[in-house]
Write a protein that binds this ligand. Structure first.
Ligand SMILES: NC(=O)c1ccc[n+]([C@@H]2O[C@H](COP(=O)([O-])OP(=O)(O)OC[C@H]3O[C@@H](n4cnc5c(N)ncnc54)[C@H](OP(=O)(O)O)[C@@H]3O)[C@@H](O)[C@H]2O)c1
Length: 228
């Protein structure tokens, strides 16, 4: 897929993987529309990339619809929509998880991705073209001790993504799932992993996502693990 001139919406773009994706898409000549809750971080990325930015909480359906409407108002179409916004909670056995935080995590990770996908598809089905990219995790591939709730939120998105892929095939819409391993981002501010220095830079993951999109036939599912 040629990325120059494509209209790309990215959620959770104020830092981490979303910020790196924004920078790389900008280099490719894409027109960016980005959203996240923190306006100051978002503004910095918008200034660096020429993106149009809107304060967006993906858990809020109206916010997400407004992000999609902004893209269409500004640029006429939505070519690529990346559901990247995500949160985690500290690693604990399930009985020790704060269930109100688990619910909030599901609001962002699961319902936020559903809100984004529904909004993207509303525009893409009319256009009969587009690509939706859902950022999952290797935690969506295998359950791991102390990660039950986060893992469940990402496993839920595997079924969601695969189902949407079947629904959208007749509309020439590509649906891609990305399964990254540990990335060195602010995701872990609350609890730094012991081997954090071995985690991948998010720019590496952003590059692989772009590489895949540029293929004549992008892969439906890509796993990006750290090498050490
Ligand atoms: N880091 C890892 O090891 C890792 C591994 C696999 C998968 N992932 C996934 O990769 C994605 C990006 O993570 P990251 O490592 O880049 O984390 P990060 O540095 O913490 O960035 C997360 C981004 O999501 C935004 N966000 C969080 N909740 C939001 C909400 N309700 N509405 C809108 N934006 C929201 C944050 O901005 P605001 O706070 O300004 O809203 C921020 O821009 C997530 O889906 C995560 O689950 C991460």
């Amino acid at each position: 897929m040629e990325l120059n001139g494509k209209v790309v919406v990215i959620t959770g773009a104020s830092k981490g993987l979303g910020a790196e994706l924004s920078k790389l898409f900008a280099k490719e000549g894409a027109k960016l529309v980005i959203g996240s809750r923190n306006e100051s971080g978002l503004k910095q990325i918008a200034e660096a990339t020429g993106a149009v930015a809107l304060k967006t909480n993906v858990a809020n359906k109206k916010d997400v619809e407004a992000l999609g409407d902004l893209a269409v108002k500004k640029f006429g179409v939505v070519d690529i929509w990346i559901n990247n916004a995500g949160v985690r909670i500290p690693h604990r056995v399930i009985e020790e998880n704060d269930m109100s935080r688990v619910r909030d995590m599901f609001e962002t990770n699961v319902f936020g991705t559903m809100n984004g996908t529904r909004t993207a598809l509303k525009h893409m089905k009319k256009q009969k073209s587009g690509a939706v990219i859902n950022i999952l995790s290797t935690a969506a591939l295998t359950g791991r001790a102390n990660l039950a709730a986060y893992s469940a939120s990402k496993f839920a998105l595997v079924g969601f993504t695969q189902s949407i892929r079947q629904e959208t095939a007749p509309f020439n819409i590509k649906v891609i799932a990305v399964f990254p391993g540990g990335m060195h981002t602010n995701f872990f501010d609350e609890e730094i992993p012991t081997d954090f220095d071995k985690y991948m830079q998010p720019s590496i993951v952003a590059e692989k996502i772009i590489e895949n999109l540029k293929l004549e036939t992008p892969q439906d599912e890509i796993t990006i693990k750290r090498t050490s």
